[in-house]
Design a protein. Structure first.
Ligand code: DLZ
Length: 156
């Protein structure tokens, strides 16, 4: 995983079924996040991966909730929210964060949190795993989800 203080996480996702729920706002950055998550899952041995696209990050919780009902081993939620000139940013970020947390806690299915909440495009570029980025939040969210699923395997 990337970022100061981040643990070195390795997880064996062999045999796991993982669903990525991904927003569409900021499509170039989203493509990079999605690519990072998919590469991390493949490198961890996950071969059963489905991707569900929704319009914005506000829609991620309802998508994760419906996906969770199908019983995947883990869910990875990806979005990019950039601060604008109104309080809308705070509402979208808190709805996505609280909603995704609720899905994970209510269902017991790990949800990797790969929603970037950034002040500007520069902060986004630094976190999407492209050349020049210092973090790859798509990969990090995918690894966190399957590492948590692995840690909880003995507690079905
Ligand atoms: C409306 C909106 C705005 C202004 N900004 C973003 C953003 O930066 N990132 C994102 O994922 N979604 C944004 N949205 C869309 C909302 O998430 C949502 O799709 C709409 O409010 C419709 O429910």
């Amino acid at each position: 995983m990337s970022g100061q203080g981040a643990p070195a996480v390795q997880a064996d996702g062999t045999g796991m079924r993982v669903v990525i729920v991904a927003a569409r706002w900021h499509d170039t950055a989203m493509a990079a996040l999605l690519d990072g998550a998919q590469r991390a899952l493949a490198a961890s041995g996950v071969t059963d991966v489905r991707v569900v696209r929704v319009p914005g990050s506000f829609e991620l919780p309802v998508a994760a909730s419906r996906v969770a009902a199908s019983g995947p081993d883990a869910i990875v939620a990806l979005g990019v929210v950039i601060r604008g000139g109104t309080p809308h940013f705070e509402y979208v970020c808190s709805a996505a964060t609280a909603g995704l947390t609720d899905v994970a806690v209510r269902t017991g299915i790990p949800v990797g949190f790969g929603v970037l909440t950034c002040d500007d495009e520069e902060q986004v570029q630094a976190r999407i795993g492209l050349p020049g980025s210092f973090e790859d939040k798509g990969a990090d969210a995918a690894l966190a989800a399957i590492a948590t699923a692995t840690a909880l395997r003995d507690f079905p």
